[in-house]
Design a protein around this ligand. Structure first.
Ligand code: FAD
Length: 538
């Protein structure tokens, strides 16, 4: 196959025009082209009146070598690179101890899948419930104000991104094309096939729930064993080597190889690991609010007369402002056409995040508007970031009225520094509800000052962003892990605990579904190679 890069066509081109552009680029006649498939499609909306699509296309030809030779001077035509996934090895026969994966979010899922595919028969321990049961519990907080600390938006089968926008793009370097493996597995589990080629793929909540069940079935068929509602409560470490785990039930599991994929909200597990001497350090994260605007405002600003075009879908945005107090404010986890959700896993606390369905057709766009903070803001102890998060999340619970309502303020009032008393034209989507008031006491002053300065600055990039009626809902604190469970760059094992593979977002090595899944693959490979090497030495 040959690959054509950077084929640019107008947004409303026809199939025939695409076909003609391929023939023209390669300088061939129609009967020389056997077939073609899309590898990537992105849009360029810098000129709103003339939005274009940019394609990367793989073609099958009658005479590939001849066409390649004729096009050898063109930089945008060449052989299609191999982006397929190749296993690093197979489990040795008669493996005595099975590897264990703790946590079944995207990181644990891909670690478990890879280990199962290589024949390692992993055991997967997940503190939360299966995704169907978990869905009911999660909606329980949103509809009835009932939080289940072990089964919620953060904990349970599928991990934190199950009730999400399901955005699948990431900026991590991926020289081995692990992202293709992730997308291929998702499509095999019934994700929309277009995620393979659109530049900003997303799935949406309902589809994710079904996909996760199908992926669990696949891992089970390959020899994986799932144990839900099994929280790992302790670890046994002997002479710097992990030897086993204790579950909340008291049961012990022997294990010399453990993937720790516990997400950024497993605060009790972080504390336990720290007490057991596993090397942990504080890391930066971000805090702020969720902002909600009419989706139509964002669409119009980004796409002009093409707003609403089916190929473009609901528009997203990315904003950054460097505030005069030295803080950076930026948009985080933007969800076009979605809703703001209650995302706490601990009682008496309020945390926001965003989600959407595949259609992204809710009325509002929402995004975290967050301020970068660092251990200098919570000094003294490697786990001080957790105490910091808890303090502000508890305050948000108080400001919301002690019933899981979230504190909220209109953007116009926030900028003018006066409390809000009622909603205006933008209806807040956060469930169970919001309490209007003053967001000043909900975050440290430096964060409030930076956001207050950023909102009018964002208006210069998206006209109307600082509109009076837009809504700020507090607070956003779980933007990434407040700690890093440091690992060796080469073996991917904990710096001081052999056999323990800290992975994904909780360990500080990912930020999002795709990067967590890719990290799961990397760690599974490192673990597999270690077991294979060990068995070779015996
Ligand atoms: P997690 O997904 O957090 O999974 C960790 C798992 O470990 C959990 O299931 C937990 O129950 C389990 N666990 C924890 N402790 C233990 C223990 N002691 N014993 C056993 N099990 C344990 N990212 C995107 O890229 N796109 C999005 O659109 C997006 N939207 C989001 C929307 C929401 C509402 C939320 C909350 C997050 C969203 N994210 C999104 C972030 C994304 O979900 C995370 O980055 C990703 O899930 C991290 O994957 P992970 O596997 O490292 O951890």
């Amino acid at each position: 196959m040959l690959r054509i890069n950077e084929l640019v066509l107008p947004l409303d081109h026809t199939e025939e025009e695409l076909n003609a552009a391929i023939l023209e680029r390669l300088g061939i006649k129609a009967d020389e082209l056997l077939s073609f498939s899309l590898f990537r499609r992105s849009y360029d909306a810098r000129k709103k009146a003339a939005i274009t699509l940019t394609y990367t296309i793989d073609v099958e030809l009658k005479d590939e070598a001849g066409v390649l030779e004729r096009n050898r001077k063109k930089t945008n035509v060449g052989p299609t690179p191999d982006t397929g996934y190749h296993f690093v090895g197979q489990a040795p026969a008669g493996l005595k101890k099975r590897p264990v994966v703790i946590g079944f979010g995207p990181c644990g899922l891909f670690a478990a899948l890879l280990l199962a595919e290589m024949g390692f028969n992993p055991i997967i321990l997940e503190r939360g419930k299966t995704v169907r049961e978990r869905t009911k519990d999660t909606w329980g907080l949103w509809r009835q104000r009932e939080l289940k600390p072990e089964s919620n938006v953060q904990f349970g089968e599928g991990g934190a991104g199950t009730f999400s926008d399901g955005k699948l793009y990431s900026q991590v370097k991926d020289p081995k094309h692990y992202g293709r493996k992730v997308l291929t597995e998702f499509v095999a589990a019934d994700a929309p096939p277009e995620i393979m080629y659109v530049s900003k793929p997303h799935i949406g909540t309902f589809r994710l729930v079904k996909m996760i069940q199908l992926m669990r079935d696949k891992i089970e068929k390959l020899g994986g064993e799932f144990r839900f509602e099994q929280r790992v409560e302790d670890v046994q470490i002997e002479d710097g080597q992990i030897r086993g785990l204790t579950l909340a039930s008291g049961e012990q599991i022997e294990a010399d190889h453990v993937v720790l994929a516990i997400g950024h909200s497993a605060r009790d597990t972080f504390e336990m690991l720290y007490e057991r001497g596993v090397y942990i350090e504080a890391k930066p994260f971000s805090i702020g609010f969720r902002a909600e605007h009419p989706q139509s405002l964002i669409d119009k600003c980004r796409f002009g007369p093409s707003a609403g075009h089916p190929i473009l879908g609901a528009a997203d945005y990315k904003l950054v402002h460097h505030a005069s107090n030295g803080r950076s404010v930026y948009s985080f986890c933007m969800c076009p056409g979605g809703t703001v959700v209650a995302a706490t896993s601990e009682p008496g606390r309020v945390v926001t995040n965003g989600m959407s369905q595949y259609s992204r057709n809710e009325r509002n766009a929402n995004s975290g508007i967050v301020v970068g903070i660092s251990p200098a803001d919570y000094p003294g102890h490697p786990l001080a970031g957790i105490a910091f998060q808890r303090e502000w999340e508890s305050r948000a619970y108080e400001l919301g009225g002690h019933n899981y309502d979230a504190p909220a303020q209109l953007v116009g009032d926030f900028i003018a520094n006066r409390p809000s008393t009622a909603q205006a034209s933008v209806e807040p989507s956060y469930k169970p509800g919001v309490k209007w008031g003053d967001l000043n006491p909900s975050l440290p002053k430096y964060a409030i000052d930076a956001i207050r300065e950023a909102l009018p600055a964002f208006d210069k990039q998206i006209r109307g962003y600082s509109m009076h009626d837009a809504v700020l809902t507090g607070i956003e604190t779980r933007t990434s892990s407040p700690i890093r469970i440091k690992r060796d760059d080469h073996t991917l094992q904990s710096l001081n605990t052999r056999g323990l593979y800290p992975a994904g977002e909780g360990a500080g090595y990912a930020g999002g579904i795709m990067s967590a899944a890719i990290d799961g693959i990397r760690v599974a490979e490192a673990l597999a190679l270690d077991i294979i090497a060990e068995s070779g030495r015996r």
